[in-house]
Design a protein around this ligand. Structure first.
Ligand code: 5AD
Ligand code: SF4
Length: 444
């Protein structure tokens, strides 16, 4: 590769989960520290970071078409410098380098703190790959948080030791690690200083987080949440994504005791059938999962429940799929995500017998989504007529219109004289399938 002109502007395009969004922000902060500036919306950037997701479907193919689009009809000097980051980089780094000569850098999710050194190499015309997994090191070498937004993500835990048989995460993100308590309080403090009023704690298995508090006592996620709740200026705390097997009494109790902890729980179940759950290596039963949700409802009756589902896991019969529908009917989720099973190279399920035909998966997905949509709409309607706080996050399409979130993570549209970052009291006057309309009562 020829030496390249040192890029002055960058764009990070993040796909997939919220952890990728967090990583994307941190890569942006690193590049800003290097003197690059974020390319204005709609303008070409000199450096494009494709922060990829490998969890489902043809993520890798999508990257090659993105690369094609970025370089089409352009000489090397005119085309942007391209870095591929995220889980596809981790899983298929070498192949990307071989297949896409336009890519200068391939950097895995645990190595992106070394992006500046890679950039120096790339400018000299050397292509660089870094897919090491030195776990915690990354966070120590990242610059201080400078973003300004009323809502912020904070990665507290990374990686996964669960090895669900369909999932690539244990391979791309590595083993479970928890960031130290004091580092997290420090980062939260910075986020609050720069305007965050809501922090969402992130982790592939966020409720597996463990650490030691200032007094050296062992604490779990509930302990961390309690400590964060003591910060003035921080008004809302959320966390995602949890695993049923890592749930402890303290976290359940926290939902009944800590006002700043929002009444929302994302707890994936994947299937409502015990044979399928076993084949998925989920190590919980449908009944066990339902009992767990009941305990949350006991301490916080209004809690909004959310989950993830996979339809068409290898061997899933119609009757087994119907167990998933039954579970949905029982839980009445406020919101949920459902996916068609997608064989991921290197995972045990990819080579299992009885892969399910696409048409069957399409049909099951549609049926499942219809029920989830029904319950989501019902949940929204159940809130119409109530008053709640809304944190204003952005402008709406029309002048004077704003979008914020209710405590239950619903989108709420309001009109009036407010600013981004205001916490306002609203009457929820009308419910739609995906959002509610609120009328302003006051702000603080
Ligand atoms: N196919 C389909 N969905 C998957 N998920 C994870 N791996 C796969 C796969 N191979 C879903 C699970 C998980 C969510 C993040 O993505 O539901 O909870
Ligand atoms: Fe993947 Fe299962 Fe780990 Fe979730 S718990 S990241 S689905 S292996």
């Amino acid at each position: 590769m020829k030496p390249q002109i040192s890029p002055k502007t960058y764009r990070v395009k993040s796909f997939g989960c919220q952890m990728n969004v967090y990583d994307g922000e941190r890569m942006g902060e690193l590049l800003s520290e290097q003197g690059l500036s974020k390319a204005p919306d709609g303008e070409d950037a000199d450096l494009v970071v494709l922060n990829t997701c490998h969890i489902r479907e043809k993520a890798a193919e999508k990257i090659y078409s993105d690369i094609g689009r970025l370089t089409k009809g352009k000489t090397q000097q005119k085309a942007p410098m391209i870095a591929v980051a995220g889980c596809v980089a981790q899983a298929e780094g070498e192949e990307i380098m071989n297949r896409a000569p336009a890519v200068s850098m391939v950097v895995g999710p645990q190595a992106y703190h070394r992006l500046p050194e890679m950039l120096d190499k790339a400018v000299k015309g050397e292509r660089a790959t870094d897919t090491d997994m030195p776990a915690i090191a990354k966070f120590d070498s990242l610059p201080e948080r400078k973003r300004r937004s009323p809502t912020a993500f904070l990665t507290v835990q990374e990686g996964c030791d669960k090895f669900c048989t369909y999932c690539v995460v244990p391979y791309t993100r590595g083993a479970e690690i928890s960031r130290p308590f004091s580092d997290l309080l420090g980062e939260a403090h910075k986020l609050i200083e720069t305007g965050a009023r809501e922090i969402t704690l992130l982790g592939q298995n966020v409720n597996a987080w463990s650490g030691e508090d200032e007094a050296g006592r062992a604490v779990g996620l509930a302990g961390l949440i309690r400590a964060l709740a003591r910060f003035d200026g921080l008004e809302r705390i959320r966390y995602t994504t949890s695993h049923p097997n890592d749930m402890d009494d303290a976290l359940i109790a926290a939902h009944g005791e800590i006002d700043k902890l929002m009444p929302y729980l994302h707890l994936p179940v994947q299937s409502g059938n015990d044979r399928v759950l076993k084949a998925m290596n989920r190590s919980h039963t449908a009944e066990g999962y339902l009992r767990l949700l009941e305990r949350f409802r006991e301490v916080r009756p209004d809690i909004a429940l959310s989950g993830d589902f996979i339809v068409g896991f290898p061997g899933e019969t119609e009757t087994e799929f119907e167990d998933t529908l039954k579970l949905v009917d029982e839980v009445r989720y406020a919101q949920a995500y459902s996916f068609k099973y997608s064989p991921r190279p290197g995972t045990p399920a990819a080579t299992m017998d009885n892969q399910i035909a696409k048409e069957v998966m399409d049909d099951r997905l549609q049926r499942l989504q219809a029920r989830i949509d029904r319950d989501q709409f019902a949940f929204n309607k159940s809130k119409a007529g109530e008053t709640c706080s809304v944190l204003v996050e952005r402008k709406g399409k029309h002048p004077g219109q704003w979008l914020g979130k209710s405590p239950w993570l619903q989108s709420v549209w309001i009109e009036g004289d407010v600013r981004i970052g205001d916490m306002v009291e609203v009457d929820l006057v009308e419910a739609g399938p995906n959002s509610l309309r609120g009328e302003l009562l006051g702000s603080r």
